[in-house]
Ligand binder design. Sequence first.
Ligand code: SF4
Length: 336
Amino acid sequence: MQNLNKNLSNHSFSHIYVEKDARHHPRALKILDRLKQAEVIEINHYKDVFSRAHQNYVMQKVAPKLILAIKKKHLIYRGADVCESFGHQHFYYTSTMMNCLYNCEYCYLQGMYPSANIVVFVNIEAIFNEVEQLLKQQNIYLCISYDTDILALENLVGYAREWINFAHNHKNMTMELRTKSANFHAIEDIPPSKNVILAWTLSPVQVIEHYEKKTPGLNLRLSNINKALEKGWQVRVCIDPIVYIKDWREAYQQLIKTTFNTISKDKIKDVSIGVFRVSKPYLKKMRKQLPNSILINYPYETKNGICSYPYSLSENMVNTVYSFVRDYIDEDKIYQ
Ligand code: SF4
């Protein structure tokens, strides 16, 4: 619980909104027991709080409230085109939580959700059931930590463990858990599964300091990667999103050098590289939330509804980072 308290800075989770239907769910009771100090407010539906009009995302982000709910529909989604499928034909993602403890300035969730409060769907079994139905038809690649950072909330919710155990018993799925956390210790007692990939997003120190508020520093993420590799986990390194900052070339060169001189590079499963990109409607909303953000208000170009850096800059950044990574990692393990 010490780590949990350290993670929950300011007055995060001072209030917990609980759907009536979730009130007596064993997982809700466990979470409420871990946050005894919080004021608990019963609600009918999570959207009564989460989807209210005129919420201030930026203010809420400083000290988010927690919402415990029952997920009733839209349990699994097809992977978006802007996301890397790593060669998998049947690519899906699922959201057992919405929103994140961290506060990255470039996070698309600001454009996607009306609120920064964190929703935890306590009925993960319903999602497991739906995954099992899909698995009867085909092998799938499932990302479980896209619209949140599951491992960052592991001490409170415990879903990384539940998903890993589920994947262990369903070998025809490949599961990716993406994180910026330094919370590997919360799952280090679990034997690694070949069909589970722990994916760490890494950024230059300058990007972490300016644009990834509340996240663990680079060294902590790297030491977590090494611990996971030592235990035999499959680890993916994600240099994504690459953001355009002053001296970006040197910053990313230093990142790649530090990363592959620190971690056991021969044990890395693969590396994913991509520049910042976001859908046009999300960017419009993000600009309203963050009118002074240089990163968000960059004059991005729009192609097929996706906003990103002008093509030549984008290509230059990806190719440059690719060439840095290629000095350490075989080409067939690099995705861009
Ligand atoms: S860690 Fe990911 S999900 Fe969380 S705020 Fe940052 S970009 Fe968003």
